[in-house]
Design a protein around this ligand. Sequence first.
Ligand SMILES: Nc1ncnc2c1ncn2[C@@H]1O[C@H](COP(=O)(O)OP(=O)(O)OP(=O)(O)O)[C@@H](O)[C@H]1O
Ligand SMILES: [Mg+2]
Length: 282
Amino acid sequence: MPDPDTNLPSDSSRDIPAGPETQTPKSHTPPQANDASQRAVIIRTRGLKKSYRMGEVVTHALQGIDVELYRGEFIIILGPSGSGKSTFFNMVGGLDSPTEGRVFIDEVDVAQLNAIELAFLRCRKIGYIFQTYNLVQYMTCLENVTVPMAFAGVDADEARERGLELLDLVGLKERWFHKPIEMSGGQQQRTAIARSMANLPSVLLCDEPTGNLDLKTGDEIHKILRRLNVERGVTVLCVTHDHRLIGMADRIMWIRDGMIERLANRDEVTVEAGSIGGQENA
Ligand SMILES: Nc1ncnc2c1ncn2[C@@H]1O[C@H](COP(=O)(O)OP(=O)(O)OP(=O)(O)O)[C@@H](O)[C@H]1O
Ligand SMILES: [Mg+2]
């Protein structure tokens, strides 16, 4: 097997300061959905709106989202195509700015952050997982996982060690030297999950992470996400069209026409007979 020492990205691209210490992974039990005393808000939005203008046409993708999401929750987001789910993620993840309203992460107003602080948020606090795995094709599995660590100023030895540990967590340690083209879709997504955890983020935004995978492989991916949530205390927001995931979530959020149609605890939804939560989901 090739030596991982010889196959890491250089950390010369440290253009973002390291910032405060990395969080220490810890055993974690998510707060009980109904126990308000244990809840710490990690994401709060107020009057969040986003409109896109294309020539004469304006699309009101988000039309006023007010929500509080709690540290350690696993939230499933359902909603028809075009309802604003990815736009909501872009706002929460600091990838784009709202037309109106506010996003607070750990009670910090994202709009008030300067460019460096925003880069820190994107690099260290939030992990992203997309439907398309977005791996760098010419890099190995391990290099893909360690790239964000280089941006965060982690030295190469620690990056290799942490990268291999994360690959172990997603069951890919033995394949660290494979390039994306040599891996299945599920393996590529597992690599992307390991990469999203590179800087031990507080929040994972997963935008249809299993949209390109078969059901069985999708189940494996969801189990990994749930494990990260339970064992490492990462708050997970997961957009999906897979209703079977409702049993895995702490809360379920339905978005329709750029608004929250409903936000419910899992037990409220699963006890309802008939269709899931009585809501129609495209
Ligand atoms: N960059 C953009 N420019 C113009 N319109 C956009 C842009 N991004 C999204 N939209 C529009 O905003 C609305 C919400 O889009 P969004 O991608 O958030 O939906 P979604 O719920 O994620 O849908 P899907 O389930 O298909 O991924 C849609 O009408 C979409 O066409
Ligand atoms: Mg989307």
